[in-house]
Design a protein around this ligand. Structure first.
Ligand code: SF4
Ligand code: SF4
Length: 293
C-alpha cells in the first residue's frame, strides 16, 4: 500500500554511486585503444553471467556510447537545458520495438540489416576515432545526430536503436538482483520515473523487471526518501516465490532462451574462427624460387 510518510529518514546521499559509474564509463571508453579482441570470449562469458544474475551493467557502466550520451546530458544540465527521457509519444510508440527488430533481423542473418547497422552504427565512429582510424562519414553523422539528440532526450540511441542493448536487456530478463521499491516508505513523488533515462515506471514497480533497465542507479541516487529504492536480491516480499518466472509467457521464456543460445553459439563460433586463423598463420610459408636457365 502506498502512503505518504512524513517521518522520512534523511535522504541517503549517494553521489559516490554516480561518481563510480562515470569513472567506470570513462575508464572503459579510454581503454578502447588497448582492447585486445582475444579477450572477447572471456569477457563475454563473465558479462553473460553478470547480466543473467543482475541485469545489464554494460550499458550503464561500460559502454562508450552511453558515456558520450551521459556526458552530453551532464553538460546540458549545467546549461539548464530541460531534458526528457521520452521522445514525443508517437515517436516513442513507433521506435520502442525497433532495437529488438534490428537484433532479430541481424540474428536471422538478414544481410542488408546487418550491413546497414554496421555502416551507420554510431559506435563505430567512436571506436574508429579512439582507435586511431578515420571513422566512416555515415558513422560520424549518426554519432553526431545521437549526441545532439541527447542534449534534449536521454539515451535515445540506447532506448531505440542499440541491438547490443537489446541482447543484454533480454539476458537480464531472469535477473535475481534488481532495483527494489519499498512501498511502505514511498511518497509517490515520481522523481525516479523522471530521472530514469530508459523511461521505466519505477514508481509503480515492486521490483524493476524491464528489459530496458541499464542499471545506472540514477533512480536510487535521486529518491528523496533515501531507503525506498535499493538494489539487491529479489525478496519474497517483492517477488513471491518465483512469481516473476511464472508470470512470463511461454513466448517470453522462449525468447530469453533463444537469445542465450545465440550468444553461447557466437562465443563458440568466435573460438572456432580464432583457432582456425591461428593454425593458418602457423602453416610454414612455401617460397617459390624460379630458377633462371
Ligand atoms: S523517487 Fe520513486 S521510489 Fe522514491 S519516493 Fe519518489 S516515487 Fe517513491
Ligand atoms: S530503473 Fe533505475 S537503474 Fe534502471 S535504467 Fe531506470 S534509473 Fe537506471
Amino acid at each position: 500500500m502506498e502512503q505518504s510518510n512524513n517521518s522520512l529518514k534523511p535522504r541517503k546521499k549517494l553521489p559516490w554511486l554516480q561518481i563510480a559509474r562515470y569513472t567506470s564509463l570513462t575508464f572503459f571508453t579510454l581503454s578502447l585503444p588497448f582492447f585486445n579482441i582475444a579477450y572477447i570470449p572471456v569477457i563475454s562469458v563473465a558479462l553473460l553471467l553478470l547480466f543473467v544474475l543482475g541485469g545489464s551493467f554494460h550499458c550503464g557502466w561500460m559502454c562508450p556510447m552511453g558515456f558520450f550520451q551521459d556526458l552530453t546530458t551532464l553538460i546540458a544540465r549545467k546549461f539548464k537545458i530541460k531534458q526528457k527521457a521520452l521522445l514525443p509519444r508517437k515517436w516513442h510508440l513507433i521506435l520502442s520495438p525497433l532495437r529488438y527488430l534490428i537484433f532479430i533481423g541481424m540474428s536471422m542473418g538478414v544481410v542488408w540489416v546487418s550491413t546497414a547497422i554496421f555502416m551507420g552504427d554510431a559506435r563505430h565512429a567512436i571506436t574508429g576515432f579512439i582507435g586511431g582510424k578515420i571513422p566512416i562519414i555515415i558513422g560520424i553523422v549518426s554519432f553526431t545526430a545521437f549526441i545532439v539528440l541527447s542534449i534534449f532526450y536521454k539515451r535515445v540511441f540506447c532506448s531505440y536503436f542499440c541491438y547490443l542493448g537489446s541482447i543484454f536487456g533480454i539476458q537480464g530478463a531472469s535477473r535475481i538482483f534488481t532495483i527494489k521499491r519499498d512501498e511502505r516508505t514511498c511518497i509517490s513523488c515520481k522523481k525516479c520515473d523522471q530521472v530514469c533515462p530508459m523511461n521505466i515506471a519505477v514508481a509503480t514497480s515492486h521490483n524493476v523487471q524491464s528489459l530496458q533497465c541499464v542499471n545506472c542507479f540514477q533512480c536510487i541516487s535521486t529518491c528523496p526518501t533515501g531507503t525506498t529504492l535499493s538494489y539487491g536480491l529479489i525478496t519474497p516480499e517483492h517477488d513471491p516465490l518465483g512469481a516473476k518466472m511464472k508470470a512470463q509467457s511461454p513466448a517470453q521464456k522462449s525468447l530469453v532462451y533463444f537469445v542465450r543460445i545465440i550468444l553461447v553459439a557466437s562465443i563458440f563460433m568466435y573460438h572456432f574462427n580464432a583457432k582456425s586463423k591461428k593454425q593458418e598463420s602457423k602453416q610454414p610459408q612455401v617460397e617459390v624460387v624460379v630458377e633462371s636457365s
